[in-house]
Design a protein around this ligand. Sequence first.
Ligand code: NDP
Length: 299
Amino acid sequence: MSATIIDGKAFAATVRAKVGKHVAHLKAEHGITPGLAVVLVGEDPASEVYVRNKGKQTLEVGMVSFEHKLDASTSQEDLLALIAQLNADPSVHGILCQLPVPDHIDSNTILNAIDPAKDVDGFHILNVGLLGTGQKSMVPCTPLGCLMMLREHHGSLSGLDAVVVGRSNIVGKPMAQLLLGDSCTVTIAHSRTKDLAEVCRRADIVVAAVGRPRMVQGDWIKPGATVIDVGINRVQHPDDPAKMKLVGDVDFASCVEVAGAITPVPGGVGPMTIACLLANTVTACCRANGVAEPEGLTA
Ligand code: NDP
């Protein structure tokens, strides 16, 4: 058996099209253009690529993109002043501070300084609490993208056994909350979990968010289960040692033979993350202006 490949790239294009349609509606009917501000501190090359892609896609769906690139030596005080300015700016509906920030800046202080209504990453403590208590919140983009793909593939997730491998604040924990919200029976696994392979084998859904190349093996997967690979790991290219290649946390070659459905890396969760950032921005803009939110773009 070979699994259905869940095409995150194609699905992300449909999400962006939906966002674009709603942006056009907001402009035509309400005279509002959603705006997304992205703040990058320092010169981390991977972050620069993400920020460039975010800016490009923001413009493509018809929104305004505000990019703030700050020197690595920027003080926490100056960064907080910029966040306060963006919080107060009515043309900015979403604010994202690209992580990681340099060591002299406390990331929690920055994330909690962002107006929760503009917190399109969903990392503010208020949004974490709202999500945890099943209330309307801004939902972190990567787990939201995973949830959308799972709903699209399964329809209802109710009653399914889900294992989330990884318990980070940005992926594992919110992913588990979202699956619980859709009535899955959820297990959160981590580095201290005993017999992880056996835990995964019980699951109808395995979400891997670990940061370890190809860790989840085919014989960890229940036949027919759905495997969502969040991992992005750079490893040496097998054909050219001078080049790097992206692989996930899942051993695709062995898992694709057992799973019912699986996301590839690249082209799975990654494209959905940016699409969900745009979705969150349009949602934030609608909420700020008391306009009906688009259907199907949030949890
Ligand atoms: P973190 O490093 O913050 O968390 C990793 C988690 O994996 C931790 O909870 C850790 O457990 C757990 N873990 C580590 N080793 C093992 C192991 N051997 N067995 C079981 N669990 C283990 O990572 P993130 O959550 O930020 O990211 C995870 C992956 O997802 C990375 O590859 C990252 O690049 C990728 N990512 C992809 C995104 C996308 O858009 N596609 C967005 C964000 C992240 P413990 O808590 O016990 O240490």
